[in-house]
Design a protein around this ligand. Sequence first.
Ligand SMILES: Cc1cc2nc3c(=O)[nH]c(=O)nc-3n(C[C@H](O)[C@H](O)[C@H](O)COP(=O)(O)O)c2cc1C
Length: 317
Amino acid sequence: MKYYTAYPRDNQIIGLAPMDGVTDYPARQIQAKIAKPALMYTEFINVEGLTKKPQAQENRLKFDQEQQPLIVQLWGNNPEYFYQAAKIVAPLGFNGIDINAGCPNPRVLKRGAGGSLIGKNDLIQEIVNGCKNAIKETKGNLPLSIKTRIIGEKEENCRWAEALADLDIDLVCLHGRDLEQRLSGPVDWERVNEGAQIIKGSGKLVLGNGGIKNRTQALEKCKQYNLDGVLIGQAAIGNPWVFSQNDTPTKKELFKTIADHARKVEEFYGPRGFKSFYKHAVCYCRNFSGAKELRIKLLQTKNWPQVENLLNSVALT
Ligand SMILES: Cc1cc2nc3c(=O)[nH]c(=O)nc-3n(C[C@H](O)[C@H](O)[C@H](O)COP(=O)(O)O)c2cc1C
């Protein structure tokens, strides 16, 4: 029952990976409307920041029902802050809490967080305990998960998987690139498979992640490596259709979605936050004639009516 609400079990879980600066409230709204993934995550939220100044994280914590099942992701390295942060998020209605143990960003690594937690078994255990205690004290049964990475070397990878298998958590997502690779390069599905089978042996769900370009590939990976699901990241930026069978929108659908996205960004962040639309705009404009020209023009817009006017004028030509 617990799994059912957070992680749909009827089919493989094809979810949207958490992406800082990308999978925010407006993007998740667009995603849910176009092709709803089985699972979505918030952008990661720093536990210390959330504990000390919760109001500064308001935007990251906002969601609505259409975006569910939605997992809130936390990052940091201090078990006490994880406990405090989990106490804040547990009653908010999310479908689960996820611990980031894979981020390769140097600023995150320098703080001993994200990917720095890989192989730090005692610390991870304490962080999990902190979150579990917070969950128990608030809602009682919220699922807990970890998103992490493989280690390139087989023995070390298996040891990391064994440590994850021993934790009292419900799900692990394994990104098949090691920390040095960061977000690009070949994905080592053999290492994912190796780790996944160890973790699954303890009854947890395992999702794979890395380089998946479409739904067909996602399902193939699940089958080939006996995974409970996969997360799609970069291929979903500017292509929310990636979760549907037919992932090629008509130009009309595409333009309508770009305009919708621009409007939602402006409504959510206000005029000063409009620039966060640009990174999506760049990715929407790929693989059609005139894409490059449109991309350049979209980057000059200052608000969503300008985006709409531009798209209307392009559609008429
Ligand atoms: C812009 C960007 C931001 C990301 N932010 C997060 C994050 O906040 N938390 C996290 O666990 N992973 C984050 N990731 C990693 C993705 O969730 C995913 O693991 C990675 O992109 C590999 O999947 P892909 O090859 O399908 O993109 C981020 C990736 C990108 C490209």
